[in-house]
Write a protein that binds this ligand. Structure first.
Ligand code: ADP
Length: 521
């Protein structure tokens, strides 16, 4: 049967080989096992149920929360000569009844439905009496209350499935599953550990890059000018920013569309279609754009400002390079964007507990911008990727031209200064004290009397700030949750203070020269 699967891959879909994980998942399903596939966005999850659906007799039922996507998926299967349909609230009652009758007659190989469909007795009855090849749960993390996108309707499908009687294989697919969520999916859908295929979250073709200290528009202009025919998305945090950037790029003569929740539905659809069909090359958008967009040739995603957390960032950036070709994910960092995100959290309707969690997540996003580790590795660690992957060698940190310097002494001075200031102040003031500044706040707090005052006077205040941010990114310092980012020590600080652990940091060539000067004296 695997041979037939390979033939279908080539003949229907035109691909010569399976991607990582696809073959194993398909094998489990063809052996009539329940299976769970955890693969990154663009990893090729659809083929994991589409190929067994074609190999096995009967109708495949695909449960998906993305109503807007069902039609596209059905259209693309139909264009390959495969019989498929969907049933959701967007079609009339008559059309739904008609499609149900056709399913009962076995007219379709694939039927896409929203989870709510399982609340309908007539739908369950059709499933009970039809020959089914498999049942697939797309976006399966929605089934778990530990997932970031829990949908109760998804969970109730599990109960309803019991009414169907003899079930075919159940296959669950997701791009985001923590250990808790994985365990939950396995338990709810009776999936044995040996039938879980986890390819991890790494996207080898994505070049992550952080750009600091550059004028944003100048950077964007230079960047897109050098890629005239390539598709790209520019994400901004607010609708107003989207409008402004869109207006500016249009004036510059680019083929550019815009998308945000404040625009009429028709305009949004039109902009989305023009982008997907390559009539426009650039899409400027808020995070409202992208969920379920299957455009495989997006060559770059630029974040004009800081996203709210690493989950959103990885998801948005991950819309680049779904076809596996090299693509750029660029984040334009500016410290003042942190304030905007804080403002958005503060203004939101979340309860206080949730706000604290959002502040923590935002801090981890900021840390990503200040680490000097491999950026891909940094995010995979954040997602508890099960594999120990080598550095990607293609992110801006891996490619960074600088010098790795031992800053253990400086780190000790910074940590002691934070301690002596009572762990009640933020990066700015701590940097000023270490610099030996005569700023009024320093004098008012009597910090000029501390033994750590002026200890790093040979560094610029900016460099001291960068070191503090680096130590925070590496977990040697923490920023207290809440509106005011107060620095405090962590359990990782002690080994450094005691001289048991060294700290090294990649430093720009110019700063490295200053550093060398002071120690040559
Ligand atoms: P996911 O649902 O995991 O985000 P998709 O199923 O939409 O990913 O697949 C992403 C892209 O990869 C699609 O354009 C698809 O045609 C392509 N693709 C999937 N499997 C293969 C393969 N084995 N070889 C080449 N391209 C593939």
């Amino acid at each position: 049967m695997l041979k037939l699967a390979q033939q279908i891959l080539e003949q229907y879909f035109g691909f010569s080989s399976f991607r990582s994980g696809q073959k194993q998942i398909i094998e489990h399903v063809l052996q009539r096992k329940n299976a769970l596939g955890i693969m990154p966005t663009g990893g090729g999850k659809s083929l994991c149920y589409q190929i067994p659906g074609l190999v096995l007799d009967g109708t495949a039922i695909i449960i998906s929360p993305l109503i807007s996507l069902m039609k596209d998926q059905v259209d693309s299967l139909t264009s390959l000569g495969i019989s498929a349909t969907y049933i959701n609230s967007s079609i009339s009652h008559e059309a739904q009844q008609h499609r149900l009758r056709s399913i009962a007659k076995g007219s379709y190989s694939f039927v896409y439905v929203a989870p709510e469909r399982f609340d309908s007795d007539s739908f369950i009855e059709v499933l009970r009496t039809s020959k089914l090849s498999l049942i697939a749960f797309d976006e399966a993390h929605c089934i778990s209350q530990w997932g970031h996108d829990f949908r109760p309707s998804y969970r109730s499908v599990v109960q309803q499935l019991k009414r169907i009687g003899s079930l075919p294989s159940v296959i669950a697919l997701t791009a985001t599953a923590t250990e808790d969520v994985t365990a939950d999916i396995q338990r709810l859908l009776s999936i044995e550990q040996s039938n879980v295929v986890n390819t991890g979250f790494a996207r080898d073709n994505l070049h992550f890059r952080i750009v600091k200290g550059k004028e944003k528009r100048a950077f964007i202009n230079d960047y897109i000018k050098s890629r005239p025919n390539e598709s790209g998305i520019i994400y901004a945090s607010t609708r107003r920013d989207v409008d402004r950037i869109h207006q500016w790029l249009t004036k510059e003569g680019y083929l550019v569309g815009k998308y945000h929740a404040g625009l009429p539905e028709d305009d949004r659809k039109e902009a989305q279609n023009a982008f997907i069909q390559d009539e426009t090359t650039i899409m400027v958008a808020t995070n409202a754009f992208g969920m379920g967009i299957d455009k495989s040739n997006v060559r770059y995603v630029i974040h004009h400002s800081l996203p709210m957390n690493i989950e959103s960032y990885y998801q948005e950036a991950g819309r680049a390079g779904r076809d596996g070709e090299p693509s750029d994910c660029i984040l334009l960092f500016s410290a003042k964007d942190i304030q905007l995100q804080k403002f958005l959290i503060e203004q939101s309707l979340m309860d206080e507990e949730k706000k604290v969690i959002e502040y923590q997540k935002l801090q981890q996003m900021v840390n990503y911008c200040h680490t000097d580790r491999c950026l891909q590795q940094y995010m995979l660690t954040y997602f508890h990727d099960p594999f120990d992957r080598p550095a990607c060698e293609i992110c801006s940190n891996c490619l960074h031209q600088g010098e790795l310097l031992d800053i253990t002494k400086e780190a000790q001075m910074i940590l002691s200064c934070v301690k002596r200031m009572g762990e009640r102040f933020g990066t700015g003031l701590v940097a000023k004290v270490l610099k030996g500044s005569k700023n009024q706040k320093v004098l008012d707090g009597h910090f000029h009397k501390l033994t750590t005052y002026g200890l790093l006077s040979k560094w610029t205040e900016k460099e001291i700030t960068q070191m503090i941010q680096f130590l925070t990114a590496e977990g040697y310092l923490a920023v207290d949750d809440g509106k005011f980012p107060l620095l405090r020590l962590t359990s990782e600080s002690l080994p450094i203070l005691k001289g048991e652990q060294q700290v090294s940091m990649l430093i720009e060539a110019t700063a490295a020269a200053t550093y060398a000067d002071q120690y040559d004296e």
